[in-house]
Design a protein around this ligand. Structure first.
Ligand SMILES: [Fe+2]
Ligand SMILES: [Fe+2]
Length: 243
């Protein structure tokens, strides 16, 4: 029987659950019994050694969160170009490199190697899978174009125009792409694989993430995106709240 190593973020979750359970008894916190029960359940899982797994759909959807945040960076870049605000195009290059490394070469490879074939074998959502695969190929090509054009976009107006069009086409394709996967494909994954395969898939995603990006690969990538958001001036979430 294979042993699945816990992720660091799982350990952190357990650590905080233990801390919460030990440091905040119900009599002191005034929490509702249901909340206390939830903490108790978590503690029980830690004590019994049974940890909560990050399921394959949850893993893939978190990665879509990284993708969506890069799309926000792209949109911010387009706004700056449109208003003739000077900014370092390296921010676009670095954003596109995250897409290339984390989305095109990791997340989408996982979908292509583990998720799409299962639906094909089951004869389910085959047309959707075909469309998604074609979009992966188109996405890789557009990302290469973005990386090629970004460095010269400050000085060369033609390159800038082509870069903006490429970024826009990428955003236009990936918003519906990721939304369809989140709502139509991933929730059906459990219907086309056995529970053993489902668990093995979670483990395979984890191993691959560690092999490509080291421990805490997801957290590191999210931190890189946050740093780019700071530099692009879109990190403060409150700026998006209507006044
Ligand atoms: Fe995809
Ligand atoms: Fe995806």
């Amino acid at each position: 029987m294979k042993t699945i190593m816990p992720r660091k973020r799982d350990l952190l979750l357990y650590g905080s659950a233990v801390a919460a359970a030990l440091a905040a008894p119900a009599v002191l916190t005034g929490r509702a019994p249901a909340e206390e029960k939830g903490v108790g359940e978590k503690l029980k899982k830690i004590v019994t050694g049974k940890k909560e797994e990050v399921t394959p759909p949850e893993d893939l959807m978190r990665e879509h969160g990284v993708l969506d945040r890069v799309l926000l960076l792209y949109e911010a870049g387009i706004r700056k170009f449109s208003s003739n605000e000077d900014f370092d195009p390296a921010l676009i290059t670095q954003s596109a490199e995250i897409i290339r490394d984390f989305i095109n070469n990791y997340h989408e490879k996982s979908e292509e190697e583990y998720v799409f074939p299962r639906f094909r074998e089951a004869g389910k959502l085959v047309n959707l899978v075909d469309s998604l695969l074609r979009q992966h190929e188109a996405g890789r090509s557009v990302t290469q174009t973005i990386i090629r054009l970004a460095p010269s976009s400050r000085a060369n107006a033609d390159d800038r125009k082509q870069l903006i069009a490429s970024i826009q086409s990428f955003i236009t394709m990936y918003r519906p792409h990721a939304a369809r996967e989140d709502t139509d494909l991933f929730p059906k994954l459990k219907d086309v694989v056995s529970s053993n395969e489902y668990d093995a898939m979670a483990e395979a995603f984890e191993k691959k993430e560690h092999a490509l990006f080291g421990a805490d690969g997801f957290e590191k990538m999210a931190a890189r995106v946050a740093q780019l958001e700071q530099q692009m001036g879109i990190h403060d979430l409150n700026q998006f709240t209507p006044r």
